[in-house]
Ligand binder design. Structure first.
Ligand SMILES: Nc1ncnc2c1ncn2[C@@H]1O[C@H](COP(=O)(O)OP(=O)(O)OP(=O)(O)O)[C@@H](O)[C@H]1O
Length: 357
């Protein structure tokens, strides 16, 4: 085994280091003279996900949550940096450049996804029993037909679809949205994954069902030893899920992680001015103070041409000249990691002039 790819069980389940995903958008056929544009969807992101951990990614639409989530579970190849599963560089394994004793199939099986719209990922022509038998066959579980059925029934009942015999022979269109999402969760869990990427997995559910679904996911996390990357545009849902899962919230802005830390610290004591904006924009947190948003401008810059220095400087109420010049490194503040010069009492930021609108 090569020294730099010798994964062990003591390694984080996932470890992302300086990950970058840039998309090259080529001009369309009719776009004469158009130039290829580079969309900087994710830039310089690092984090570890431990066993039975939660990382919730929040941020405005287009900030790179889905791209980062997919990159974390090997559905998107990064254009820079590394993604490691238990210490193994997953793309080296995929490309046959690793002598690790793990295969790409094993890694892919360990990293599962549930989408916002589970209906689109459940085959409409197959009954639930058949949909849920598939992962058991794929994982090579040596089970008889009867044992498979028993395992599936057990899980359906566990997620509240009782009696399971009433559900097993139904087609997806015979289920409610919440039931479909439970089936998608069951199907992902039957692969025995280490990580499930839940991409806006509760957003399409009625508000009354969201907490129920999050509780179910957390309940099963204990039982199946699963970690979650939980994507949500709603900070109050991310707070609930992260706090109960004892994990971290990562706030993304224009492809970068602006701040990451434990849920309560992020909500009650945000250190990055953009985390403060998200908090202000989430009425459910009951923290909104009267008046204007804590931002200079409303419009979001283009990820094709992000602002220089700190990407948030064009909207940040605290921005100074230094923020336009230089990109802030990560500073550690207790359990939080913050990319903002204001964390450094000695930084030249404090002596540089405030930015005018
Ligand atoms: N395959 C692709 N090709 C080109 N650009 C892409 C591709 N996928 C995503 N993008 C762009 O990358 C940026 C980040 O997109 P992404 O979907 O990751 O953001 P998001 O935060 O998940 O957004 P939303 O909350 O709206 O789903 C956006 O500007 C998007 O248009």
């Amino acid at each position: 085994m090569s020294s730099n790819d010798a994964g062990t069980d003591s390694e984080p389940v996932l470890s992302l280091s300086d990950v970058e995903v840039h998309f090259e958008n080529r001009p369309g056929l009719l776009d004469f003279g158009g130039e290829t544009q580079t969309v900087r969807a994710v830039d310089g992101v690092s984090f570890d996900l431990e066993e039975r951990d939660v990382l919730s990614l929040v941020g405005e639409s287009g900030c790179g949550k889905t791209t980062l989530g997919k990159t974390s579970i090997g559905l998107q190849r990064p254009t820079g940096g590394t993604v490691k599963y238990r210490g193994h560089d997953i793309w080296k394994v995929r490309d046959g450049e690793s002598d690790a004793d793990i295969t790409w199939d094993e890694i892919r099986q360990s990293l599962q996804i549930i989408h916002q719209d589970p209906g689109s990922s459940l085959n409409p022509n197959r009954r639930l029993i058949s949909i849920l038998s598939e992962p058991l066959r794929l994982t090579g579980a040596d089970l008889s037909r009867g044992e498979r059925r028993e395992r599936i029934y057990g899980l359906l009942e566990h997620v509240g679809m009782t009696p399971a015999s009433d559900f097993a022979d139904r087609y997806p269109h015979e289920l409610s949205g919440g039931e479909k999402q439970r089936v998608a969760l069951c199907r992902a869990l039957l692969m025995n994954p280490d990580v499930i990427l839940a991409d806006e997995a509760i957003s399409a559910l009625d508000v009354s069902l969201r907490v129920e679904m999050m509780d179910l996911m957390l309940d099963l996390q204990e039982e199946f030893d699963t970690s979650y990357v939980f994507i949500s545009h709603d900070l109050s849902n991310a707070r609930y899920f992260t706090q109960h899962g004892d994990g971290k919230i990562g706030v993304m802005y224009l492809g970068e992680l602006a701040e990451i830390g434990p849920a309560e610290d992020m909500v009650n004591d945000p250190h990055h001015p953009y985390t403060n904006v998200l908090r202000w924009a989430t009425p459910d947190l009951s923290l909104r103070e009267a008046g204007e948003p804590p931002m200079r401008k409303i419009d979001i810059p283009d990820p094709v041409n992000p602002p220089s220095g700190c990407r948030f400087h064009t909207r940040c109420p605290e921005a100074r000249e230094a923020c336009r010049q230089e990109s802030p490194p990560d500073y550690q503040h207790n359990g939080q990691r913050v990319a903002c010069f204001r964390e450094d009492d000695d930084h030249e930021y404090w002596d540089s002039p405030e930015l005018a609108d």
